[in-house]
Design a protein around this ligand. Structure first.
Ligand code: DCT
Ligand code: MG
Length: 375
């Protein structure tokens, strides 16, 4: 790692290959621990169980830096190769201590070799100048491009909360927001369905936002519910920012052949005000910051109830898990999976599902629990 970071600091061109990086980072001791038989590690994240316990963080952090730098340079191939390499290492129940043990692992091969120039300062400037590209990388969260925009750009209101929203959200804070949303949703529609999704559903202790799915048992009422929830939060004086996207979902346009496309359901990206008194154990604020509240990013998505299972599976993530689920469906099963539906290209029919387990079963996959999807 020091070899890697020193080279970056010095602005040296660095030839990076995943296995090479591991070799350079390994301690001197050549003795390997006894690893899981390699044949059990699938190239697909949806056939691996990945908890939040990462035994190879030193490598996965480096690979993710490399993946991101390639993403900003529009180099999708190497970017994905580094993300896959990181994801495989995250799933291992042991720490890589010997290069030999990586030889039989998928996604860590010579093919991911590439030569890049890692210059962090230039990278920062590129970020500032390519808002559009960043937007496509994080297109569901456009406000996250703001801190990277030049200071003479007009600043939308959400920038005011940048300090807060760039600070991680804790599990207790997510729970408190869950209570607020739960109260609002059920005051409007008593039999509404509300589910925590995203990273917190996968058991993460911290996240950059809190994601929820809201829907109604009555098909077609879900969009009205979402706008009513927004109105209620506004009325309560806790809505600091709201970007609402109406549904563009059209059943007749399925199946979508656009890989990785975001879904068409009604959704909103919010910033909410969370009071210290609402959080079990209080807000985790710095000593000098005793306002008694913080701003938090919240996403709500509202699919029709017959699409609930697909939306839940899609929004539960992780991104790498989703990517590999879709790739597995396409490559191994000739099926198209997205947040709307599962389509069997051989049978030329849609496969219905009311639970995530139904979808795994259609795909012929062992069920992977949400907390095992931290790929
Ligand atoms: N998602 C996706 N494709 C996108 C955006 C999101 O498949 N273009 C899915 C994957 C995770 C889920 O939606 C929620 O997104 P995030 O909140 O960005 O991810 P997260 O796993 O919840 O991460 P964090 O804990 O940082 O919020
Ligand atoms: Mg999230």
């Amino acid at each position: 790692i020091s070899w890697f970071t020193d080279s970056m600091r010095e602005g040296k061109p660095v030839a990076v290959e995943t296995r090479h990086l591991i070799q350079e980072t390994l301690p001197a001791s050549p003795e390997a621990t006894t690893p899981t038989p390699m044949s059990t590690v699938s190239q697909y994240a949806c056939q691996r169980r990945t908890t939040t316990q990462n035994n190879n963080k030193i490598f996965t952090d480096a690979f993710e830096v490399l993946a991101e730098s390639h993403e900003f340079n529009d180099m999708e191939g190497p970017c994905l190769a580094f993300r896959r390499a990181a994801s495989v290492l995250k799933s291992l129940p042991w720490t890589v201590q010997n290069l030999r043990v990586t030889e039989d692992l998928p996604c860590l091969g010579e093919h991911s070799m590439c030569v890049i120039e890692v210059r962090p300062i230039v990278l920062c400037l590129q970020r500032a100048n390519t808002g559009g590209r960043l937007l496509s990388a994080r297109r569901t969260h456009p406000i996250f491009t703001l801190p990277l925009i030049h200071s003479d750009s007009p600043l939308p209101r959400s920038f005011l909360h940048y300090g807060d929203i760039s600070r991680a959200v804790s599990k207790a804070e997510a729970q408190a927001l869950g209570n607020i949303i739960d109260e609002a949703v059920h005051a409007i529609t008593p039999d509404a369905i509300l589910t925590l999704t995203g990273g917190f559903r996968r058991g993460k202790d911290f996240g950059h936002d809190v994601d929820f799915i809201v829907t109604t048992p009555q098909l077609g009422k879900e969009e009205r519910l979402l706008t009513s929830v927004i109105d209620r939060l506004k009325h309560q004086g806790i809505l600091l920012y709201c970007e609402y996207q109406a549904s563009t979902f059209d059943e007749s346009k399925l199946p979508s052949h656009r890989f990785e496309a975001m879904d068409h359901f009604a959704k909103c990206f919010l910033i909410l005000r969370l009071e210290d008194s609402q959080v079990d154990g209080g807000l985790q604020t710095a000593e000098e910051d005793r306002r008694g509240w913080r701003a938090v990013r919240v996403d709500l998505v509202s699919p029709p109830v017959d699409r609930y299972a697909f939306t839940l599976l899609g929004w539960s993530g992780s991104r790498q898990f989703e990517r590999d689920l879709r790739r597995f469906a396409r490559m191994e099963r000739r099926m198209l999976l997205d947040n709307h539906a599962l389509y069997d290209k051989t049978k030329k029919e849609f496969l219905a599902a009311t639970t995530e387990k139904d979808i795994f079963a259609h795909l012929g996959l062992e069920y992977i629990e949400p907390w095992q999807r931290n790929a």
